[in-house]
Design a protein around this ligand. Sequence first.
Ligand SMILES: C[S@@+](CC[C@H](N)C(=O)[O-])C[C@H]1O[C@@H](n2cnc3c(N)ncnc32)[C@H](O)[C@@H]1O
Length: 256
Amino acid sequence: MDLAYTAFQRAFLKETGLDLTSYKQRQMQRRIDQWMNRHGLNSYNDLIKLIQEDPEKREEFLGYLTINTSQFFRDKKVFDNIKDLILPQWQRQNIAPRIWSAGTSIGAEAYSMAILLQEARLHYSILATDIDEEALQQARSGFYREHQLQGVPPEVLKAYFTKEGDGYRVVESLQRGIIFRRHNLLEDPFGRAFDMILCRNVFIYFTWETQERLLQDFARALRREGYFISGSAEQMTDPGKHGLKRVAHCIYQLEK
Ligand SMILES: C[S@@+](CC[C@H](N)C(=O)[O-])C[C@H]1O[C@@H](n2cnc3c(N)ncnc32)[C@H](O)[C@@H]1O
């Protein structure tokens, strides 16, 4: 065991509330070392001192560690499946879905869902959460530069964004249906009775035990027959254990 790293994990938890033991160690340590090299820090103690003394660096480091890359309509096939398989069901059953985008990052995932739901003329509410305050700030602003809008078809860009300076801002009607909130998946309580939970490209950073625990918590947070959406690089080892059945690529449904 790496004692220096264990001591760092403890100090870091105390400072930030983020429990690094739940994340895959090799990957985390590599990222931490990279950041320390880049900032000329020689020890974990120096790093702890820096985040104690400099709130801006603390946020920057947290953002770097939790990797908040995202895109609109990321893994298009998944959004196509949601559109073709799930939205018609909700329309037929006259459901106004409650959706949770967990680990939403800059909000692209939540806005992509909102666009699909508006196109389908469904009423909805979306809760979008992340641990990273900086990513949430961008999500709330709804402002994106062109490179972040690569997955957005031109007709969608025209209908749901307005050009502003060197980027685009989502229209107000999209912003209105989404609540962005800070939430630590490892620590904070989960809501209940969601019709859909998206937690994509977040599990990959967690240890297997943490993934198992989270999947159980997500299953409990769904209403019966609600949907859990994973990222395409994520393997759910035994979804059946939590009452979840795979119904399509990255889509799992809680049994009745
Ligand atoms: C790669 S992004 C995924 C964004 C989006 N879901 C997607 O697929 O495009 C991973 C996100 O997980 C968030 N995250 C990491 N650990 C977290 C935790 N303990 N609680 C909540 N969010 C966390 C990060 O801040 C980051 O924004």
